[in-house]
Ligand binder design. Sequence first.
Ligand code: FAD
Ligand code: NAI
Length: 465
Amino acid sequence: MSYDLIVIGTGPGGYVCAIRAAQLGLKTAVVEKRKTHGGTCLNIGCIPSKALLYASEKFEEAGHDLAALGIITDKPKLDLAAMMKHKDDTVAANVNGVGFLLKKHKIDAFFGVGTITAPGEVLVKADDGATQTLAAKNIVIATGSDVARLPGVEIDEKAIVSSTGALSLDKPPARLLVIGAGVIGLELGSVWSRLGSKVTVVEFLDRILPGLDGETAKQFQRILQKQGFEFHLGHKVAAVEKQAAGLQVAIEPAAGGERSILEADVVLVAIGRRPVTEGLGLEALGVALDRGRVVIDDQFATNVAGIYAIGDVVRGPMLAHKAEDEGIAVAEILAGQHGHVNYEAIPSVVYTMPEIAAVGATEEELQAKGTAYRVGKFPFTANGRARAMRHMDGFVKILADAATDRVLGMHIVGAGAGELIAEATVLMEFSGSAEDLARTCHAHPTLSEAIKEAALAVDKRAIHI
Ligand code: FAD
Ligand code: NAI
């Protein structure tokens, strides 16, 4: 079997790359070791977590927020099995959809572990041991990432879980201890907190969500604390011991100091993810790695001719849409076009309630670079639609270049932030200014008016505050 392109891994990076390549006329095959397509994102990541976040948010709303709107209900009851079925059905529909799209584009799909035995040659080993050798002019590695482990804390996916186990618990644990105040810890912590768990988070650094704008992270931490989260910042987990009454978690100050003990029924290890390269044969081929990630140039090419890499397995944020855009770009490059990803304008969203969304630079990054900037902020308490919806937590913050007024970053805490950030991303793609935003008519009453007001605030002329 001979192809123009073989893509190893059918996560958001790989399957999107294959579809774009097929659209451009390349004879394309994919190799996937999982039984279904869609990778981490569709099977055990973005999609199942968002299904549970949505359902648990509704549960929380039904229990606490409806009376203020004049809707009196009985105390809602949790049918966790039905909630999990909603999640599983959502996953099934999505992964089957990818299978359909691959067929529609006449992409051959091979199931099994792919190993690059030589440039232009991929060996596929199926679960039953059967092997097959495929040939291709080019190969794209899109093998993604896996859970990072904490030495001495053995994940059994029952009492000590990774994100995968935390998406399938059979009951809300009375006490959930989360290691790591990153995106996974706060999203899945929110799910179980809403369903009744007492959530405690132990974080090595002295802040939550590293990489997020500092002021935004601080405000969000306060909101989570109001929701019942307890944080032990600047602490690390030294040991987790299983006892008859539950888990004993020993924590220590990150800088060293006295140990203390926290008790939990379930521990979620959410300290990051690591790139997946094992079994690919990269060492024998001499493909360069940097701290486990495949090294690529600005054309997504590795140091070995004909081998490219994209997504979580290469540098940059581990995000599905970043992987997808890289997949499109590399397919276009291989078809002789000029594929490109603008890394300055990759949005990120934390799907909690309220949501956090950001694109571009943080204040800390601008300060470190010595860029002079102006800040415009507008709180949702002063937005009519937010009041009508009783979603007044949070703000919009715009950072604009002091000299040119070009928007360099936008940070939103608030209901619907994940949808609102698209406006900022488009603006930044077109190198737009705060003045451009401020002079754009925004429908009333919408949450997006808070963006217009924040843009006006950059020039100290917000109307509603
Ligand atoms: P992956 O999706 O990891 O896919 C890689 C594929 O390669 C896998 O299917 C794997 O089986 C296969 N593979 C690996 N090695 C081989 C081999 N040798 N042969 C054959 N196949 C192989 N990102 C967001 O943007 N938004 C979110 O809301 C979000 N939520 C998340 C929630 C959770 C709980 C987790 C864990 C992650 C989340 N992410 C989210 C991150 C997102 O899932 C990843 O950034 C994204 O999946 C990366 O895509 P990828 O194609 O690079 O790799
Ligand atoms: P993360 O990198 O977001 O956060 C990990 C946190 O754990 C950090 O705050 C880190 O300081 C802390 N930590 C590391 N070692 C520790 C230790 N020993 N003790 C205590 N704390 C420790 O990683 P996370 O949350 O596991 O997510 C992995 C990736 O998945 C993220 O990079 C993210 O890009 C992606 N993801 C994206 C989502 C989204 O876009 N909504 C949702 C979920 C995951």
